[in-house]
Design a binder for this molecule. Structure first.
Ligand SMILES: [Zn+2]
Length: 372
């Protein structure tokens, strides 16, 4: 089932047509993280720069989570888990790749009110995060692709770096102030070296973002508990990448390793434009040797994210295949349509926690008259 709706080629996308063109093969080296053409460069820049990150904003909510809204649907731990896909959070909407900040905030409100709570992909993989969900709540996974400043923008104020409240992360943190059981769980599928500011959320002073903040932003997300996901070096289509498939993926990996000082194990990978390489397995396992340093980077991802498709089954379903994880692009009223579709008991409905971390509650079969 997860493979039923293979992502379609998504050509002619305004967002990526200008972006990839802005980089081009010759410019990759200059745009790469660290600024010296080596995405695996020393993370020295990450520890430099005078402004401190505002510690208030950096803290996760300290208050004991209060139980928020739950669903009246019965426990259903064989249900579906939606994986939402966001790109730019901005007011100007051209197609399905932009979400206005106010609408993004509304998405959080809608999900929370229905009893959804965010978790990471790794929480599904390990089962623990799934099993830890309070009774009557459902998991939802947010993915943010392409590492734009619109997702994570800093502003300098009184010598401190503040998360811009109009960026996706700023909206998220503001939402947490009044919804303390909304955790720091979301997946950032990042590019280190694409154009138009899609380089660890900035670079080249796009939207006031400084190049030396890039590694710090990745570290910040890691420290906050968000999941770091690889989205290749600069978003080249892997179906056309020829013998560079492993290089593009490995250099994305290398950049995250550099930013985090090798302290983070990346476990998820998002296919640019949902396009698979000719040899599919190279999306989740491969290696590349840097000709300059002779160093070999190996990657091994249990999760590969596609672009579109049906909501995924979960690890307790025998057909679960995280190498083909579907997502739903959040545009227009796609969220409402999706949630309505999941608002039912049984394997086609949403996963609903039983609140017991030690057991997996399967939905009871309905009787002929539709009642239990
Ligand atoms: Zn992308």
């Amino acid at each position: 089932m997860p493979n039923a709706s293979v992502a379609r080629p998504r050509q002619g996308r305004a967002l990526w047509s200008h972006l990839v063109a802005a980089v081009g093969a010759a410019a990759i080296a200059a745009a790469a993280c660290g600024g010296d053409g080596n995405a695996g460069a020393t993370p020295a820049a990450a520890t430099e720069g005078p402004p401190a990150v505002d510690p208030g904003a950096a803290r996760a909510p300290a208050a004991a989570p209060s139980p928020g809204p739950t669903t009246s649907l019965p426990p259903n731990e064989l249900g579906r888990i939606p994986v939402l896909e966001y790109h730019l959070i901005q007011d100007r909407v051209f197609d399905e790749f932009e979400r206005p900040p106010a609408r993004f905030r509304q998405d959080l409100e809608v999900l929370y009110a229905k009893g959804y709570r965010p978790i990471n992909l790794t929480d599904v993989l390990d089962r623990t995060g799934l099993q830890a969900l309070p009774k009557g709540t459902s998991p939802v996974i947010f993915t943010f692709d392409d590492a734009s400043p619109e997702q994570f923008r800093w502003i300098e104020r009184d010598g401190q770096l503040i998360v811009d409240p109009t960026s996706a992360l700023g909206i998220w943190q503001d939402f947490q102030k009044t919804h303390p059981d909304w955790g720091n769980k979301a997946v950032f599928c990042m590019l280190p070296a694409a154009g138009a500011g899609h380089a660890f959320f900035g670079g080249k002073n796009v939207q006031g973002q400084k190049p030396e903040w890039r590694f710090k932003k990745v570290q910040y997300l890691q420290q906050q508990g968000f999941e770091l996901c690889n989205h290749t070096l600069y978003h080249a289509r892997l179906d056309r990448a020829g013998d560079q498939v492993q290089e593009f993926i490995a250099r994305g990996q290398l950049a995250i390793d550099s930013a985090t000082g090798g302290t983070y194990k990346v476990r998820s990978f998002a296919l640019p434009l949902g396009m698979w390489p000719k040899q599919k397995s190279l999306a989740w396992h491969g290696s590349w040797t840097d000709p300059k340093t002779g160093k070999t980077v190996t990657y091994d991802y249990p999760i590969v994210l596609e672009v579109s498709g049906d909501p995924n089954v979960n690890p307790y379903d025998g057909t679960w295949d995280p190498h083909h994880t579907n997502r739903q692009i959040m545009s227009g009223n796609a969220l409402e349509v999706l949630l309505k579709r999941l608002e039912k008991p049984g394997p086609q409905g949403r996963y609903v926690s039983d609140g017991d971390p030690h057991k997996v509650t399967r939905p009871e079969p309905a009787t002929a008259d539709g009642k239990k």
